[in-house]
Design a binder for this molecule. Structure first.
Ligand SMILES: [Zn+2]
Length: 201
């Protein structure tokens, strides 16, 4: 027998002066939403006030240390405004702090080698373990790569791959090409071993 496509609408119970259940539930949901919004506003305001107080304290400390200037005041005013107007004051303050830190790190970065991770004045350059593949535990290193460059009379640059060192791009490429082929062979080895294992277990 074919079922009727229309679903009977349940009869609305008599209200007897009370709001029907659905309307009451909707009212309650709206009230709860208003409460939540109010809590969120209070929360944001208190975070904002705390973040601004933190900025005031930092500015006072810098002034006390003799670092005060009109530029510094202007800077703090801009940050205070951003934080006060933000819906996520802590996040905004954190993002600004991160920008300052990365800017300072950049201005301190090696002026010669992009991959050198030494900062400040330095003579020999290095970046060890810049690239790495973790071992099967995820804790150790299966293979890594980096760079070393010495200045002065013995000036030379080296790219390290595992324990091997290469002094030019062509020899690195020759070895990485060999590694790509090797990795395909490792895949094939794994297929053979596990297929044979399954066939005999
Ligand atoms: Zn360097």
């Amino acid at each position: 027998m074919k079922r009727s496509a229309t679903i009977p609408t349940p009869a609305i119970p008599p209200t007897n002066g009370h709001l029907p259940f659905a309307v009451q539930a909707a009212e309650q949901t709206r009230e709860r939403a208003d409460q939540l919004a109010e809590t969120a506003r209070e929360h944001t305001t208190s975070h904002s006030a705390r973040a601004v107080a933190q900025l005031d304290a930092n500015q006072a400390a810098m002034n006390a240390a003799g670092l005060g200037s009109t530029t510094l005041d202007e800077f703090f005013n801009v940050v205070r405004k951003q934080v006060a107007e933000s819906t996520d004051p802590d996040g905004t303050l954190g993002a600004i702090a991160q920008l300052i830190i990365s800017h300072c790190a950049k201005t301190d970065a090696c002026p010669i080698y992009r991959d050198c991770d030494q900062t400040g004045p330095h003579y020999d350059h290095s970046g060890f373990g810049l690239l790495k593949v973790a071992d099967e535990t995820g804790q150790g290193t299966l293979i890594d790569a980096g760079m070393v460059a010495l200045s002065g009379r013995k000036s030379h640059a080296t790219v390290c791959l595992g324990n091997a060192e290469f002094d030019n791009a062509a020899s690195v490429r020759q070895k990485t090409a060999e590694l790509r082929v090797f990795l395909n062979h490792v895949d094939q080895l794994a297929d053979r071993v596990f297929t044979d294992h399954q066939a005999h277990s």
